[in-house]
Design a protein around this ligand. Structure first.
Ligand code: ADP
Ligand code: MG
Length: 330
């Protein structure tokens, strides 16, 4: 096996949580309505993601471990859009280089499913027919088994598990028509459990607790830039009654979980200026923008974005947040 492939794969999958994020996004792309995650040893021993989506076709199974295998190109209008969505067709192939991956899947109208395993970037055997319920289950075992240095730097499985719980919580509050669960292997109780069709505030309550959901205010705005394209934002921000030591910013742009440090900082400034005695905020925001206005930075795992007309957008959001905070505080 080529070491270069393994190193490149380790760049795409930096920690267990990066694998979880990619697997869950694939389940969402497959139009799942229920996504269940099981984790052992912070994801190093096992990450298992089961969904009820459209499944993977038999003929696609042998090529899943090849980079740039994606069934999704037709859904992206142009190269720019592909770029703005980040790296494509890399995630699963990368996982097969740094873990033992087993896929069980069934597509619509089939009488049975298939199971197949991959290791060191290749399929270990031909897909075997097996019983399967609707959708796909992907098991990622012994992550980084072939990367001794990486394994050593990832000693805190507690920390990795809490990162996974955090990312599933974020998906759950954005994708309210999908049920999510996340639990430790063997545990009866799930650490995240959301029910589809609940209102977003209900999901926030069940995932983050009433101390968050009871202290949120709705925030909305939209705008057109000088050439007429539309930006819209819809979300919740915490009021002065909310107490926390650090900011939670859950940001989705065009339904992708991303980070935008500039926007986060700008909102922290508004809180500090408007509610000087209050805590750091809790913010959930969903922003829709023309895809060509979103630039995902080079690193596939970071998901740090910058936006065209970023200053204008940030100022707009700052001003609605500020007036919301002022009016609630009087
Ligand atoms: P990408 O998501 O960028 O296409 P991935 O490496 O994440 O690349 O996945 C490769 C392909 O495997 C996807 O394009 C899709 O066809 C298929 N796939 C992966 N996971 C699932 C899933 N849970 N349900 C259906 N298809 C899946
Ligand atoms: Mg993917």
């Amino acid at each position: 096996e080529c070491v270069v492939n393994r190193i490149a794969a380790g760049e795409v999958i930096q920690r267990p949580v990066s694998a979880v994020k990619e697997l869950v996004e694939n389940s969402l792309d497959a139009h799942s309505t229920s996504i269940n995650v099981v984790v052992k040893d912070g994801g190093l021993k096992l990450i298992q993601v089961s969904d009820d989506g459209h499944g993977i076709r038999f003929e696609d199974l042998p090529i899943l471990c090849e980079r740039h295998t994606t069934s999704k190109l037709s859904t992206y209008e142009d190269l720019q859009t592909i770029k703005s969505m980040g790296f494509r067709g890399e995630a699963l192939a990368s996982m097969t280089h740094v873990a033992h991956v087993t896929v069980t899947t069934i597509t619509k109208g089939q009488l049975h499913g298939y199971r197949v395993s991959y290791k060191d970037g290749v399929m270990e055997h031909q897909p075997k027919a097996c019983a399967a319920v609707k959708g796909t289950q992907i098991m990622v075992e012994n992550l980084f088994y072939n990367m001794v240095a990486r394994k050593k730097t990832l000693q805190s499985t507690v920390d990795d598990y809490s990162k996974i719980v955090d990312v599933i919580s974020r998906f759950a509050i954005h994708h309210t028509s999908v049920s999510f669960s996340c639990r430790k292997h063997g545990a009866v109780r799930a650490d995240v459990h959301s029910v589809a069709t609940s209102s977003r505030l209900d999901v926030i309550r069940s995932v983050y607790g009433p101390s968050v959901s009871c202290n949120l205010m709705k925030l909305e705005t939209s705008d057109s830039d000088p050439v007429g394209s539309i930006f819209s934002m819809d979300g919740f921000i915490s009021s002065s009654n909310y107490m926390a030591k650090k900011t939670t910013m859950v940001l989705f742009i065009n339904d992708r979980l991303v980070e935008c440090t500039a926007l986060k900082r700008a909102l922290e400034i508004v809180y500090a200026a408007t509610l000087p005695k209050a805590s750091k905020p809790f913010i959930y925001m969903s922003i829709q923008l023309p895809p060509e206005h979103v630039d995902v930075n080079v690193h596939p795992t970071k998901r740090e974005v910058s936006l065209l007309n970023q200053e204008r957008i940030i100022e707009k959001i700052q001003s609605v947040a500020e007036s919301k905070l002022r009016s609630s505080n009087t």
